[in-house]
Design a protein around this ligand. Structure first.
Ligand code: NAP
Length: 511
């Protein structure tokens, strides 16, 4: 078993495996129940990363209370000063980037280069939001009445409940916590139970950066015990959730009963369109990276290729040849292209979709768990490609969240756009073509929050809005300056310095 270095969040200086704690009101704390759970390396189930507090509703309630207590002083701290703490946190993340990335690969399996990218995304959003401390623009506009001032400002809402998945265990918590904090909210953070170590390392750096006690609170534990308590608490004003559509809908229903603000980033079924004039080598690069990077477990992963029939065979040949050459293994090992799935349940889910796919299309590559040699200790699955899939087939419609690609032939660009849009999701879409007219048509007509031209479906930059249409979300966006909308209330302020009563819409109007 691998040793874990000393960590303020753990109970042991050097131990195997260490036990980690919640972070509540500025202190590392054991849970009320004393129960813990393990986090294990998906590339090798014998490697236990640590034990984590199995949080209870009582733990979550303490964290919520701490965040409530910290809110007035944090809200009153000038936003540029809040931003300075974010800058310090960004610098700490940059300094510890390699350590965070290695911990991430070990805990959730993505290969090291991708883990470094995940941490970098966290750094990027932190610097962007630190700058918001000196922007956070409202409007100053002329009034319709004389001697009257009109403007709008953003104000924080209160305690933000941050509930995150395991697939971007540094980037996604940063996407959520940074805009929440810079705008003056305080945070209760519940990470996925598959990645509590990444969350702990992140919060350790936040504490070191100088976020005051209670502004950031971490409670590990299950969705049912900790997540539910955060969602149901009348003292949590806003929930930001990324995860499956099933969980997201449940959260929306319960929060809806309390008229609580909820931002949801949910599932996807992202597609790439390849037209007959496309650069097929470039398309192959983009599709492979999007379909099998992070083992197909990105929210923006490509799981459908919609291809004009005349180039089906040459594209398929390229995809199969190249995918066959991908090297599976522990993402910390140089030269490995594809890591494991997150856990055994994910292997079962992918395997069951492959069973469905065998009745819906031609299996041309993969289709089985990968168990050769050392892979037998982890949760690996072969890169899998189905051809001749119909647009409405289940494997063409449902989120599999694994290394399974469906290739869907169509007759022309109209059919391609229709097929791409025929899904209940709408996160990311792409088109490969050299025809500028077709590219603009796609930019206009593809129903997705992100559209790429001549690139795969993944790789969003943090200064643009990120989020999906239809059942991928509920209309909110992360990243970009629009992320502030989730965590702030608008206040419109009028100052009448005329010294007499002036009536908007009535005075200065014809009778
Ligand atoms: P998940 O099972 O829905 O879990 C997400 C988070 O919700 C975890 O922290 C989980 O805790 C928690 N949770 C579970 N039940 C809950 C409940 N009843 N109340 C409150 N919280 C609860 O999703 P996942 O498997 O971790 O993530 C994969 C999904 O995320 C995919 O569908 C993917 O498309 C989506 N995703 C979307 C985006 C996007 O931006 N659109 C980005 C990344 C991922 P436990 O871990 O303790 O169960």
């Amino acid at each position: 078993m691998t040793e874990i270095a000393a960590s303020p969040g753990s109970t042991a200086a050097v131990a195997t495996p260490a036990t980690f704690r919640h972070f509540i009101a500025g202190a590392w704390a054991d849970g009320v129940s004393g129960e813990t759970f393990e986090s294990v390396n998906p590339a090798d189930g014998r490697d236990v990363i640590g034990r984590f507090q199995a949080g209870t509703p009582a733990d979550a309630a303490m964290a919520i209370r701490a965040a409530e207590m910290a809110f007035p002083a944090w809200r009153a701290t000038p936003a540029p000063k809040r931003g300075e703490i974010l800058y310090r946190f960004g610098e700490l993340m940059a300094r510890h980037k390699e350590r965070l990335a290695r911990a991430m690969t070990r805990e959730m399996g993505k290969v090291l280069a991708e883990a470094r990218g995940d941490v970098q995304e966290g750094i990027d959003i932190t610097y962007l939001m630190a700058g918001e401390g000196r922007r956070m623009f409202g409007d100053t506009v002329p009034s319709e009445l004389p001697d009257k001032w009109a403007m709008s400002i953003r104000q924080p809402i209160g305690v933000a409940g941050i509930i995150t998945p395991w697939n971007f265990p540094i980037a996604i918590p940063c996407w959520k916590m940074m805009p929440a904090l810079v705008t003056g909210n305080t945070v209760v953070f519940k990470p996925a139970s598959d990645t509590p170590h990444c969350a702990t390392l992140l919060v350790e750096l936040m504490a070191e950066a100088g976020f005051p006690p209670g502004t950031v609170n971490l409670v590990t534990g299950s969705g049912a015990a900790v997540g539910d308590t955060i969602v149901e608490s009348p003292d949590v004003a806003v929930i930001s959730f990324t995860g499956s559509s099933t969980t997201g809908k449940r959260i929306a229903e319960r929060a809806g009963r309390r008229l609580k603000r909820v931002s949801l980033e949910l599932g996807g079924k992202n597609g790439v369109v390849v037209l007959r004039d496309a650069d097929l080598d470039l398309a192959t690069d983009g599709i492979l990276w999007s379909a099998f990077g992070t083992t197909g477990q990105r929210c923006t992963a490509c799981s459908r290729v919609i291809v004009e029939a005349p180039v089906l065979e040459p594209l398929l040949d390229r995809l199969v040849t190249r995918a066959r050459g991908l090297r599976l293994g522990d993402g910390l090992v140089e030269g490995v292209d594809v890591g494991p799935l997150i856990n055994a349940a994910a292997v079962d889910k992918v395997r069951s979709y492959v069973g469905i796919g065998r009745t819906e299309g031609d299996l041309v590559l993969g289709g089985e768990p990968a168990t050769d040699g050392e892979l037998a200790h982890g949760t690996f699955f072969q890169p899998t490609i189905f051809s001749k899939v119909k647009p409405m087939a289940r494997i063409g419609q449902e989120e599999i969240f694994g290394p399974v690609l469906s290739v869907i032939p169509v007759d022309d660009v109209d059919a391609a756009v229709t097929a791409l849009n025929q899904t209940r999701y709408g996160l990311s879409a792409s088109i490969f073509t050299r025809d500028v007219n077709a590219a603009f048509r796609a930019m206009r007509d593809l129903e997705a929050g992100i559209v790429y031209v001549n690139a795969g479906t993944t790789g969003a930059e943090t200064h643009l809005p990120f989020g999906g249409w239809k059942e991928t979300g509920n209309g909110h966006r992360e990243a970009g300056h629009v992320a502030l909308d989730t965590y702030t209330e608008w206040k419109s302020i009028y100052v009448d310095f005329s010294g007499h009563l002036q009536r908007a819409q009535i005075d200065n109007q014809p009778e």
